[in-house]
Design a protein around this ligand. Structure first.
Ligand SMILES: Cc1cc2nc3c(=O)[nH]c(=O)nc-3n(C[C@H](O)[C@H](O)[C@H](O)COP(=O)(O)OP(=O)(O)OC[C@H]3O[C@@H](n4cnc5c(N)ncnc54)[C@H](O)[C@@H]3O)c2cc1C
Length: 423
């Protein structure tokens, strides 16, 4: 397909149109293109370079990269490895998971800026002539024929146009307009917190603590090499109250939790340096309509608890490609085929959300209570800390997940890739 010339006619046709170039959309786009399906991925931003994306690539995702033959190149992308997950509960340091005990082939979390992860998939996708990624292109609604979804309306810098597709996949995240346009019913589960996201400069410190929890305060620090990416957790809806107390008070709360950030937090000079990320936990009752499937956060918004959302989104993409690639290559898919994707992924997603909600309600909510009592570690965390094999169990749940997916969709190598032209 010649996207530029088609756009002049204000309409493009493709087999599968994926809305959203996050982990779910980019992985599905790659897998379908690899399987010989003509695919267009729309991403409303012009690049992937945004701070507020999860950075945690888990063993389940690396296993997928391995099965795709991409792991060697993937591990060349700069990343930081984490095997043992430790947290401070008040003044007590506890080990809550140890990935070296999971038996996973890649037994660590790779901390990789998500823009690098998505750029990697873009570069690999470019090998396939049937993979089209349209950056700076936003889907604004669905095109229908009766009950059937037959594409999307979209807009980019040069105007509005339509993309006609046998299948549309909503991968547009937790504020999905695709699921809203389809009228899919959302079951809200809720979260007691929001997150303030900011960078703090790094000096020489190397402390590898992920989570810090004290009475009334909670923060996660991610090591991004030259700076700390900090996620300061606040009670839901309290951003204005935090702001009203002033920037100095915010900075001193941060330092009281993580003294190592004292020099670096000076980088937070105005509230513009602090981004509010609202946390949602919800799920669709039905992920499909005729001609339409939602996956990733568009089907089930994940809490940041456990840093699993990116990996669950990747697992959804693998399952979707396994179920649909062959059928799509030869024509349209039935709604029953789409329902099969939901049937496959719903159980792992529900179990994971249930665990996230348990942590939210029992650890996050308790920690965020404005209470002057020193915080005591929850009994469960003490037990896990004391019993190493339990650290393997928690790690397995977090890092490998429930019923991990394996790549079954086949690579259909296009002639251009099979015999690259001599240069
Ligand atoms: C505060 C916070 C911190 C988190 N931290 C982590 C973490 O550390 N690790 C982890 O694994 N998970 C984390 N998560 C969860 C994780 O971010 C999500 O579960 C994951 O990103 C879902 O991937 P996705 O591809 O489904 O959606 P997204 O990552 O949200 O991607 C959706 C994409 O669609 C694009 N888009 C949206 N609308 C349109 C449109 N109309 N047209 C075209 N493009 C569109 C967006 O720009 C975006 O690129 C966190 C969540 C929150 C709220």
């Amino acid at each position: 397909m010649d996207a530029a010339s088609s756009r002049k006619q204000r309409s493009i046709s493709t087999r599968c149109c994926i809305v959203g170039g996050g982990p779910a959309g980019m992985m599905l786009g790659y897998l379908l293109a690899r399987a010989g399906v003509d695919v267009v991925v729309l991403e409303k931003h012009r690049d992937f370079f945004r701070d507020f994306r999860g950075d945690t690539v888990h063993p389940s995702t690396m296993q997928v990269m391995d099965e795709l033959g991409l792991i060697d190149d993937f591990l060349k992308v700069p990343h930081d490895k984490l095997q043992k997950l430790d947290g401070y509960f008040g003044k007590t340091r506890l080990r809550i998971a140890d990935i070296s005990r999971t038996g996973a082939k890649y037994p660590f979390i790779a901390f990789m800026p998500q823009w690098d992860f998505l750029d990697f998939l873009r570069e690999k996708g470019r090998r396939y002539p049937n993979f089209t990624l349209m950056m700076g292109t936003e889907a604004t609604g669905l095109v229908r024929n009766g009950d059937m979804v037959i594409g999307v309306h979209a807009t980019d810098g040069s105007g509005v146009f339509t993309i006609m597709a046998d299948l549309t996949v909503g991968c547009d995240g937790r504020h999905s307009i695709i699921r809203a346009s389809a009228g899919l019913e959302v079951e809200e589960i809720g979260a007691p917190m929001d997150v303030l996201w900011f960078r703090a400069g790094k000096s020489v410190e190397t402390e590898r603590i992920l989570a810090r929890i004290e009475a009334g305060k909670m923060m996660v620090t991610l090591d991004r090499g030259t700076y700390w990416q900090c996620a300061y957790v606040i009670p839901k809806g309290q951003y204005d109250a935090v702001k009203a107390r002033g920037l100095e008070s915010f900075r001193s709360d941060v330092v009281s939790l993580a003294p190592m950030l004292k020099p670096g937090v000076a980088d937070v000079k105005t509230w513009d340096d602090v981004k509010l990320l609202t946390v949602a936990v919800n799920r669709l009752k039905q992920w499909t309509r005729p001609g339409l499937l939602c996956i990733g956060d568009a089907a089930h918004a994940m809490s940041p608890v456990g840093g699993v959302g990116v990996n669950i989104a990747v697992q959804d993409a693998v399952a979707a490609a396994n179920c649909l690639a062959v059928k799509l290559e030869h024509g349209a898919v039935s709604e029953q085929d789409l329902v099969e994707v939901q049937r496959r992924r719903e159980f792992p997603m529900r179990i994971t959300q249930a665990m996230q909600v348990i942590v939210q309600n029992n650890i996050v909510s308790a920690a965020l209570k404005p209470d002057n009592e020193p915080l005591k570690p929850p009994p469960f965390a003490r037990i896990v800390n004391a019993v190493p094999w339990l650290q393997g169990l928690t790690a397995r749940f977090l890092a490998v997940g429930v019923r991990p997916e394996h790549v079954r969709s086949k690579e259909v190598v296009p002639p251009e890739v099979r015999s690259p032209p001599c240069r």
